[in-house]
Design a protein around this ligand. Sequence first.
Ligand SMILES: Nc1ncnc2c1ncn2[C@@H]1O[C@H](COP(=O)(O)OP(=O)(O)OP(=O)(O)O)[C@@H](O)[C@H]1O
Ligand SMILES: [Mg+2]
Length: 271
Amino acid sequence: MRIVVKAGGSLLDNNDSVREIVRDIVVLSKKHEVVFVHGWGRHLNRLSDKYGIRQKWVGKPRPWRVTDEDTIELVRNLVCGEVNGHLCFLVGEAGGKAVGVNGNMSKAIVAKELEYITWVEDGVEKKDWIGFTGLTKSVNVELLELLLKGKFIPVLASLAQGEKFECLNINGDELAGVAAVQLKADALVLLSDVKGFYMDAKDEKSFVGELSVGAVEKMLSEKKISGGMVAKVEAGLQAKKDGVKLVVLADGRLKKPVSEALKKTGTVIIE
Ligand SMILES: Nc1ncnc2c1ncn2[C@@H]1O[C@H](COP(=O)(O)OP(=O)(O)OP(=O)(O)O)[C@@H](O)[C@H]1O
Ligand SMILES: [Mg+2]
């Protein structure tokens, strides 16, 4: 089985969760092919505070990080190396073989520059600059398959290369979704710091175990989903529509979280 697992930046701050996720991935990789994608949102927030680089989000209901020159430099120099490097180290520590991959190498992850986004708020069309941000177009399937064949776990940082070879900030869920489709994965597991999808974002009790493609499309068009869940649900929806059999939004704080997700613990996107 080929599995793409994404761990949100929301989980990477918690050492116990990260070790548990990595251990589970390493165990699964002995029998299956596993690609590990990670975010870095919270890490960047912390670093930008430290360096006094103000972070700003625009857009509704999906918030986009305004990625100015200072921010992309921070992502490139610190987040990618530090977060990606640390995760690769942990994979090794758990007995696996990791290779860190980001957009700066061999067109491993390619995105289309967005620069501006538009959205409608209270009936008024708005437009804002989002800087060095991209929409994920492709992953280098040849490279990733070569790594998987060699029993390596590719660890993908959500950082892409643009058409003009510039470095672009991309969403990790979107990257994982594109990777799952292009690698023809059997499963896409999106781990975050919630049980899955909540009908009411603030109420854990409103968790749902299944969501149909139609229901997701309806909620998105009615703008009933907000925050980090928009990109997550959009990525899951697209992957499901493009043929990934099992798509689960799951809890990364559990014991053996990936194995649990493969048993459908979490919100499964169904046809
Ligand atoms: N309907 C919803 N159900 C569950 N969580 C929701 C919902 N709407 C918004 N959220 C929020 O989405 C968050 C997860 O998305 P977020 O983008 O913050 O993290 P991530 O995707 O795990 O990390 P990263 O973006 O760094 O990769 C949760 O912590 C939760 O607060
Ligand atoms: Mg997110």
